[in-house]
Design a protein around this ligand. Structure first.
Ligand code: C2E
Ligand code: MG
Ligand code: MG
Length: 628
């Protein structure tokens, strides 16, 4: 039993030991498996991490690649779209890539260029000369830039701005040369145009004031250095151009200026410079003129050519000019004096009625002084009330009555006696004194007309001449209203005369002013009709009541068929527009008979009466019949 127990114990001990051993082996195995799994897991993890890493790197690479592709696409678009020519060359100057712009500039197709060396193309002499310099600069500085005159495929030369840049590889060896090419011809055209515009007048193509000044200085320099003997300056101003401009409109007036410029250029091939100084002012410079006689001959010939009729848009126009001539060193000492003397002489030619030329002489300086003196005296006369008003009656041909009178200013000069307005009105206009004179005549004439009525004479229309200055003042309507109120004269007894030429100086403003005067009841007349460039239908826009045919037409009436025709036409047209007609300067029975026959409404002139003082005029009115 014991033995059995013992053997049982031994067996159980062995069994237990075996069990333990098995358990140990099992645990060891499990542990081994665990360890292997751990190792595998670790491996997996690191593989996974590597994979992740690789994935990340590949994404980065992809992004970089996309960026690169995008950049290349962009670069290629820029390359093709650039307006500058771009050429990529290898180190031997063989063209690897060229863009469209270069193909356009050079005239070669892209395929004709790629693969060829630059110097195989048709090269200008300039480019060939520059080639070694360019090579040297590229070798030393890796770049070159400058202007070349190059040749296009068709042989045409053109200015080109070239920029070259060397590209080196990692070993610092030249891998490529990049060329940027700009065609400068378009820019040159613009530059030339700008240069032309700063020196030449756009309308006529003549030299402008700036260039003229430069040429004048140069010519003066030549005289000083003795390379030229003398200079002559012609200052030309077209007569009454403003009027032409207003009546024809600026476009046709511009055509007139172009034709005048053409005539000047053709007529004066020997001139050093012909220039347009301002609107209708031209200047001609003669370098070394022969003699005064030859200069006078040139001026006469020029005046003749300028005054030939010009046809623009179907209108035949005669444009005259006033010309002043000054000389250096025979008259002027320097350029400033030369210019001012030519201008003074031109003004003098204008005072002589235009259409003529005048050399500057020192007596002109005297006449300027005289004018200054006269202006001074006129101011004094206005201040001291030395002006008076004369009246010239107008005869109504229908009734045979003196139904109106024109007020004409007179200046009682202490030394010169009675000075005619023709001698001082122009001066008064220039100096603005006409505004004061005009106001004085308006007040005096209205006062006188009212007084005649008060003294029992039948009411008459008194007409007062207006100057363009008075219109431009802006207070004419209120002045007229005030004077009528102050003197008590009825508005229909006042007539205002304005010359055709002044009427056209500021059309819109005059129309508006005339409308207001018309509404006031004042009568309006166009003076000296026929001397301007207007037509009656055009003048009808001014709300006028009377047209006064200029004396120059009346002078020939009854004896000159042309004056007859003009006068008849003016009367007929004026009547058809419901305007009344007054003929001025009627001096004889022939004229009177003609005007009566053609239904002229009123006549004025020495035949009826010359202008007289207020007293004599009152006597005429009282007599009731005129002396014809
Ligand atoms: P106008 O208004 O055409 O005046 C007519 C001019 O012709 C007057 O010259 C007159 O004396 C003159 N005359 C009249 N009948 C005859 C004639 O039968 N034959 C000739 N050959 N001439 C005749 P006047 O008084 O020397 O005036 C000259 C110009 O001065 C006037 O021409 C007018 O434009 C201007 N004027 C005169 N007074 C004034 C004034 O108060 N203000 C303004 N703004 N201008 C005035
Ligand atoms: Mg008049
Ligand atoms: Mg007149």
């Amino acid at each position: 039993m014991n033995q059995s127990f013992t053997s049982l114990g031994i067996y159980s001990g062995l069994g237990f030991g075996l069990f333990l051993a098995l358990l140990g082996a099992f645990v060891w195995r499990i542990d081994l498996i665990n360890q292997r799994r751990k190792v595998r897991n670790k491996k997996f993890k690191s593989v996974f991490e590597e994979l992740q890493d690789a994935n990340f790197r590949s994404e980065q690479l992809n992004a970089e690649l996309a960026r690169e592709v995008e950049q290349r696409r962009l670069a290629s678009t820029v390359f093709e779209a650039a307006s500058e020519g771009i050429v990529i060359l290898d180190p031997t100057y063989k063209m690897l890539t060229v863009n469209q712009a270069f193909s356009r500039i050079s005239g070669y197709a892209v395929a004709e260029l790629v693969g060829r060396r630059v110097d195989e193309l048709a090269c200008s002499r300039d480019a060939r000369r520059h080639f070694p310099i360019i090579q040297a600069s590229l070798a030393e500085h890796d770049s070159w830039l400058g202007e070349l005159v190059e040749t296009r495929k068709n042989g045409e030369l053109y200015p080109q701005w070239l920029q070259l840049k060397v590209v080196r590889d990692d070993a610092a060896q030249v891998s490529h040369i990049v060329a940027f090419i700009t065609d400068l011809s378009a820019r040159r055209i613009v530059e030339a145009r700008v240069r032309h515009l700063t020196h030449f007048d756009e309308l006529t193509g003549l030299a402008n004031r700036l260039l003229f000044k430069e040429r004048l200085e140069e010519a003066n320099q030549r005289v000083r250095q003795g390379t030229s003997r003398n200079l002559a300056l012609l200052h030309i101003d077209l007569d009454r151009f403003k009027l032409l401009n207003d009546s024809l409109g600026p476009e046709l007036a511009d055509q007139v200026l172009q034709k005048i410029a053409e005539r000047l250029t053709k007529a004066l091939p020997e001139a050093d410079t012909i220039s347009r100084l301002s609107s209708d002012e031209f200047a001609v410079l003669f370098d070394a003129y022969g003699s005064l006689t030859s200069l006078a001959r040139v001026a006469t010939r020029l005046m003749g050519k300028l005054s030939r009729p010009i046809v623009v848009d179907g209108h035949e126009l005669v444009v005259s000019a006033s010309m002043g001539i000054s000389l250096l060193p025979d008259g002027a000492r320097d350029i400033a004096q030369l210019v001012s003397q030519a201008n003074k002489a031109m003004q003098q030619a204008k005072h002589m009625g235009g259409g003529t030329f005048q050399f500057f002489s020192h007596s002109l300086q005297h006449s300027t002084l005289e004018r200054l003196q006269l202006e001074n005296q006129l101011r004094k006369a206005i201040r001291e009330r030395k002006l008076s008003v004369f009246y010239q009656p107008k005869l109504c041909l229908k009734t045979g009555r003196l139904d109106a009178a024109e007020a004409l200013v007179r200046w009682d000069h202490p030394e010169l006696g009675s000075v005619s307005p023709s001698d001082f009105i122009a001066l008064a206009e220039e100096t603005g004194l006409i505004v004061l004179i005009g106001e004085f005549v308006l007040r005096e004439a209205c006062r006188q007309a009212a007084q005649w009525q008060q003294s029992g004479l039948a009411p008459i229309r008194v007409s007062v001449n207006l100057s363009g200055h008075q219109l431009r003042q802006g207070n004419l309507v209120s002045l007229v209203r005030q004077v009528l109120e102050d003197t008590g004269l009825a508005p229909q007894c006042l007539e205002l005369e304005i010359t055709e030429s002044q009427l056209l100086e500021n059309v819109d403003y005059v129309i508006a002013t005339f409308q207001q005067l018309h509404e006031l009841g004042v009568k309006l007349a166009i003076d000296d009709f026929g001397t301007g460039y207007s037509s009656l239908s055009y003048l009808k826009r001014f709300a006028v009541d009377y047209v006064k045919i200029d004396q120059t037409f009346i002078r020939g009436v009854g004896t000159c068929v042309e004056d007859d025709a003009i006068t008849k036409a003016i009367i007929a047209m004026a009547h058809s527009l419901e305007l009344k007609v007054v003929a001025e300067g009627v001096e004889n029975e022939v004229q009177l008979a003609f005007l009566k026959e053609h239904q002229c409404d009123e006549v004025q002139g020495y035949l009826i009466s010359s202008p007289t003082n207020a007293q004599a005029m009152a006597d005429l009115l009282r007599a009731g019949v005129a002396i014809w």
